[in-house]
Design a protein around this ligand. Structure first.
Ligand code: SF4
Length: 305
């Protein structure tokens, strides 16, 4: 999912990277300036990154209900499915890294054999709470995703081994799987939660990757932008690139579309304004009212209607 194809790699290397390195992001919009305006959080409350970046509710009443009215609801099917598919992907990538360190380069055939035999993770409690047909659908998609990713990883391991005859296992793991998964980040400098978790970080050129299993939406860019700002605040180096990975299941096929983008001033400004607006809603306990066009799958639908 996270590995770019040849075309995307060339687009990244020849266009986006040079452009991002020339990019002049306004200094006050770099995460390391978290202590001055406009990045300095104007309110004391700490929001989860998804609370800033998710705008599925047109009026943000979901945030009011969760954080102010303290209404607890069950996640909807799409949320449960998304988190099960994320878990399946982490499972296979982490297993691959573990196998590389366990067997080393000399026994690489065993790495490939065990990886190919790997099953998807077992279903979480949230998935087991779904209706039987929905459970079966999630299980089938997890299996498809696992098979898809295993084949890609085996090919990448072999590709690296062919190119580097004297490689050791640490370098093999790093070249074949140059990703940090579920990178934990403390967002408190920017008025965000202390326990943020970015889906994936590319190790060589700082790039935030976020995996989506639904339709593309504009506000998805706020997720990569938010993590980029937090990375800059915590590590004090520039993070200029993001990639939204959209995965679609069509019958028994997987379609992947990656949206590589530069995290420039406009996105940074949008993130800060959204953060401040939502933090004000929580701090001042403002009920923004029920939206006009609520989707019935919204977890709060029965609370609002
Ligand atoms: S039901 Fe409508 S107003 Fe209520 S949280 Fe959901 S989308 Fe927002």
């Amino acid at each position: 999912m996270y590995f770019l194809n040849e075309e995307e790699r060339r687009h990244l290397l020849k266009r986006l990277l040079p452009k991002s390195r020339e990019l002049e992001v306004a200094e006050e919009l770099r995460g390391w300036n978290w202590h001055t305006a406009p990045l300095e959080p104007p309110y004391g409350c700490r929001l989860a990154l998804y609370e800033v970046a998710s705008s599925y509710c047109p009026t943000n009443r979901d945030l009011f209900l969760r954080r102010v009215a303290r209404v607890r609801v069950k996640p909807n099917v799409a949320m449960v499915r998304g988190s099960a598919l994320h878990a399946a992907l982490v499972h296979v990538l982490v297993a691959a890294k573990r196998l590389i360190y366990q067997y080393g380069v000399e026994r690489y055939t065993e790495i490939c054999r065990e990886l190919q035999a790997l099953d998807p993770p077992s279903l979480s409690g949230a998935v087991r709470d779904l209706a039987p047909e929905e459970q079966a659908d999630v299980a089938q998609k997890m299996a498809l995703l696992t098979e898809f990713e295993k084949a890609r990883i085996v090919a990448r391991i072999q590709e690296v081994l062919v190119k580097h005859p004297y490689i050791g296992e640490d370098s093999l793991a790093n070249l074949a799987l140059p990703l940090v998964l579920e990178q934990k980040l403390d967002g408190s400098l920017l008025g965000l939660s202390q326990n943020l978790s970015a889906d994936a970080m590319i190790a060589f050129e700082p790039m935030i990757m976020d995996l989506k299993f639904g339709e593309p939406r504009d506000f998805h860019y706020l997720t990569t932008t938010g993590y980029a700002l937090v990375m800059e605040a915590v590590y004090e180096y520039p993070v200029n690139l993001g990639c939204l990975v959209y995965v679609e299941f069509r019958d028994r096929r997987i379609i992947v579309r990656r949206d590589l983008h530069i995290i420039g001033d406009e996105l940074r400004q949008w993130f800060i304004e959204t953060r401040d607006e939502k933090a004000r809603l929580v701090e001042e306990e403002i009920d923004p009212g029920v939206a006009e066009d609520c989707h019935p799958t919204c977890p709060y639908f029965r609370v609002c209607h």
